[in-house]
Design a binder for this molecule. Structure first.
Ligand code: PLP
Length: 361
């Protein structure tokens, strides 16, 4: 029997979550953002749930080829554009739309030989200060692109730094609108947090994390608030049960000591499976669908959990690290991430290659 840890991808949940983006942005077309191998869900498994999107946005050219190989004929957008001149050949061949964020990328386009003019998104840096033209240089960049025979349609994009937080998006939106005023072309500004918290804006929205059933602004709001469903379950089983007496310790560093008699379960899942090592005692977990917590340090291949709330649990009991448990139980990935001092994004992207991944429901 294989080690019992496994990850499940839920296409129906992906489709439901995509529907939430549509409902929140009814006038926009929706990019399903599938970078980082669909946030760890694997593009081939996520595709069935996300094919109702208007396009797929990603970074990696090999991932774009995989989306085309699945039969997708609609738009694909490279969110960071091309990395070197010869990437433009693949853009021509696979009809990829690409972000243009630097003068160098315009030079490459100007030297590119193609029968098929490209659709590009001009990226404006409105305050994130990672990629894009400053508001002051965006008009000249647009004019250069507009003069190229290699380019047919030019759209505009920017990215928000604080859509999930207190600062919000107004200052960046203002800078974007001022920079692009009077220039023709479609607009794309909103990520998941902007879609959910600030309403739809622009012709295209870029729905990433919300598709996967994580709240972009947890703990301010959770997936129930936004009506999102977990698209990934990480689950395993108890492989041993220990009965502790008062004073007994658990795991490396003896980080947990039992106050009295206590049963704990040992789960076949550890940080080498992608479970966060920084999740300390008290991280939520489901055993047979019943909520309990971890105790002691996470090891490479094992975690210990308190069985006090689940007295019937035994070796073989199902353990839900995040996602869907038995009998309709749910443990949001955001709760586990929060307990480990990180975000759902990181956990779903970090499920280890040794964990078998398959689609279910
Ligand atoms: C990753 C990414 C997104 C999606 O962000 P979420 O917070 O996951 O919705 C949108 N736009 C760009 C440019 C990105 O890189």
């Amino acid at each position: 029997m294989p080690r019992p840890v496994e990850a499940l991808v839920h296409p129906a949940a992906l489709a439901h979550n995509l529907g939430r983006a549509r409902a929140a942005a009814p006038d926009a077309r929706v990019w399903a953002v599938v970078k980082a191998d669909a946030y760890g869900h694997r593009i081939e498994l996520a595709y069935a749930g996300l094919r109702g999107a208007d396009g797929f946005a990603l970074l990696d050219l090999a991932e774009a080829e995989r989306v085309r190989a699945l039969g997708w004929r609609g738009p694909i957008l490279l969110l960071e554009g091309v990395f070197e001149p010869r990437d433009l050949e693949l853009c021509s061949r696979l009809q990829l739309w690409h972000m243009v964020h630097s003068a160098e990328q315009i030079d490459w386009l100007a030297a590119h030989k193609t029968q098929q003019p490209h659709r590009v998104f001009l990226k404006i840096n409105t305050g994130m200060n990672r990629l894009g033209f400053t508001p002051g240089s965006c008009r000249s960049a647009w004019a250069r692109l507009a003069a190229l025979p290699q380019v047919d349609e030019i759209s505009f994009a920017t990215h928000f730094s604080d859509a999930d937080g207190e600062r919000g998006i107004a200052h960046q939106l203002e800078a974007f609108e001022a920079a692009t005023r009077d220039l023709p072309g479609e607009r794309s500004v909103a990520n998941s947090a902007a879609i959910l918290r600030h309403g739809a804006r622009g012709d295209w929205v870029r729905a990433g994390i919300l598709c996967y059933g994580s709240a972009p602004d947890y703990p301010a709001h959770d997936i129930r608030h936004w009506d999102l469903r977990p698209a990934m379950t990480l689950r395993s089983r108890l492989i041993a049960v220990q009965s502790l007496q008062a004073g007994d310790s658990v795991g490396y560093g003896s980080r947990y000591r039992a106050a009295g008699a206590q049963r704990i379960g040992i789960v076949a899942c550890g940080y080498a499976d992608g479970y966060p090592r920084h999740a300390g005692t008290g991280t939520p977990v489901l055993v047979d669908g019943v909520r309990t917590t971890t105790v002691g340090r996470v090891s490479m291949d094992m975690i210990a959990v308190d069985l006090t709330p689940v007295p019937h649990a035994a070796s073989g009991s199902e353990v839900t690290l995040w996602g869907r448990g038995p009998q309709g139980s749910v443990l949001a990935i955001d709760e586990v991430a929060h307990a480990a001092g990180t975000v759902g994004y990181e956990l779903m992207c970090a499920v280890a290659p040794r964990v078998p991944l398959r689609a279910e429901g």
